[in-house]
Design a protein around this ligand. Structure first.
Ligand code: PLP
Length: 399
């Protein structure tokens, strides 16, 4: 008999399942708000000019594809770390931090989780309620019990700050706390910097281990501004894990460009830690791929390409913000009394719209508008061609 005879069918990924349903929908007016990807106003995934120019340079100076070092391209790692900590950070000068190139932000979380399992084998992991679905699955797969801390308040469409602090205070010392450093997925709700101060101090007082996940740097207030939370934790002298991703900010989803950055206790510690991280990587996938890393490294280390990238990223950020404002105004213009203004205050690609499961279902069945059952919509999938239709449909299902 087959060794696979007793293998059970795994449940379908709910968001990928939604995409399949969307593809099969033949209505020409259909809109997919279930995705986690930025689309431009023409409804396309952009190929950034900065990336195209970097690619042209790489093509001209074509190099053989040797293996990269286990920890990746040095210029990539330095560039990624400078974006997070600030180029002039003493954590860089004093070698109190290190960065390894990873297969996307997911790869950074996975390498970090596997390393944490070695150094804190009995710890648990706490994630926000709600969180990106893969947080729970990934840390559980790495062998950790996963609990959640209070985060979202459905009544106010905002942060349950007191609840969040209370649940963080209740966690045992040594708990690994995964925090979305900006543009929370799925809610779009971020703490203020003042609230982050309290959150960081709570983690410090409770001897909790921060794991900052930043997959949307540049989509909140700006590239530097969005790193403020990372720098706030760093300024408190805390050791921490940071997973970052260029998937969205460079529109390079399929290139798997991410980074894991660790802030350590000092120079010699960094050397020991890096040697162990390399072992985790070596036994997982040996070393990262070349092309996407070379593209990002070229952009980050070429001033004119960096400036162009920053401008294009600002363009994506501004377009999302414009869509938030227009959506709220257009829903109101339909004579809806329900207040949607909270959508304007949310940040990043996503919005917890407050739509119920039934309303989400009606949007899909009656209008061919696809959203996640939780009411999460991807604001970055709205554009001037579909926003009137979406606003009208939302108004219809909530009336
Ligand atoms: N973390 C969060 C919160 C995300 O939303 C995502 C992507 O959706 C990731 C990490 C992983 O990104 P990547 O595609 O680079 O693996």
């Amino acid at each position: 008999s087959s060794i696979f005879a007793s293998v059970e069918l795994a449940p379908r990924d709910p968001i990928l399942g939604l995409n399949e349903q969307f593809k099969a929908d033949t209505r020409p007016t259909k809109v997919n708000l279930g995705v986690g990807v930025y689309y431009d106003d023409a409804g396309r995934i952009p190929l950034l000019k900065a990336v195209r120019q970097a690619e042209a340079r790489l093509f001209e100076q074509a190099e053989p594809r040797n293996y990269l070092p286990i920890d990746g391209i040095p210029g990539y790692n330095n560039g990624a770390r400078a974006l997070l900590l600030g180029a002039g950070s003493p954590l860089i000068a004093e070698h109190r931090s290190l960065t390894v190139q990873t297969l996307g932000g997911t790869g950074a979380l996975k390498v970090g989780a596997d390393f944490l399992k070695q150094i804190l084998p009995n710890a648990q992991v706490a994630i926000s309620n709600p969180s990106w679905a893969n947080h729970q699955a990934l840390f559980a797969a790495a062998g950790f019990p996963v609990v959640s801390y209070d985060y979202y308040d459905a009544a106010t469409h905002g942060l349950n700050f007191d609840g969040m602090l209370a649940s963080l205070r209740a966690l045992p010392a040594g708990t690994i706390v995964v925090l979305h450093a900006c543009c929370h997925n799925p809610t779009g709700v971020d703490p203020t910097l003042e609230q982050w101060q309290d959150i960081a101090r709570t983690l410090q007082a409770g001897q909790l281990v921060p794991f900052l996940d930043i997959a949307y740097q540049g989509f909140g207030a700006g590239i530097e501004e969005d790193a403020a939370v990372v720098r706030l934790f760093a300024d408190l002298g805390m050791t921490m894990f940071i997973s970052s991703s260029f998937s969205k900010s460079f529109s390079l989803y399929g290139e798997r460009v991410g980074a894991l950055t660790l802030v350590t206790g000092g120079d010699e510690e960094s050397t020991r830690v890096l040697s162990q991280l390399k072992r985790v990587i070596r036994t997982n996938y040996s070393n990262p791929p070349t092309h996407g890393g070379a593209l990002v490294s070229t952009v980050l280390n070429t001033p004119e390409l960096y400036a162009l990238w920053a401008e294009e990223l600002a363009g994506m950020r501004d377009r999302i913000r414009a869509m938030r404002h227009q959506l709220v105004e257009k829903i109101q213009a339909q004579g809806v009394s329900q207040d949607f203004s909270f959508v304007k205050a949310q940040r990043g690609m996503f919005s917890y719209s407050g739509l119920t499961k039934d309303q989400v279902e009606r949007l899909r069945e009656e209008f061919g508008i696809y959203a996640v059952g939780s009411g999460r919509i991807c604001v970055a999938a709205l554009n001037s061609g579909n926003i009137d239709y979406v606003a009208e449909a939302i108004a219809r299902v909530i009336k």
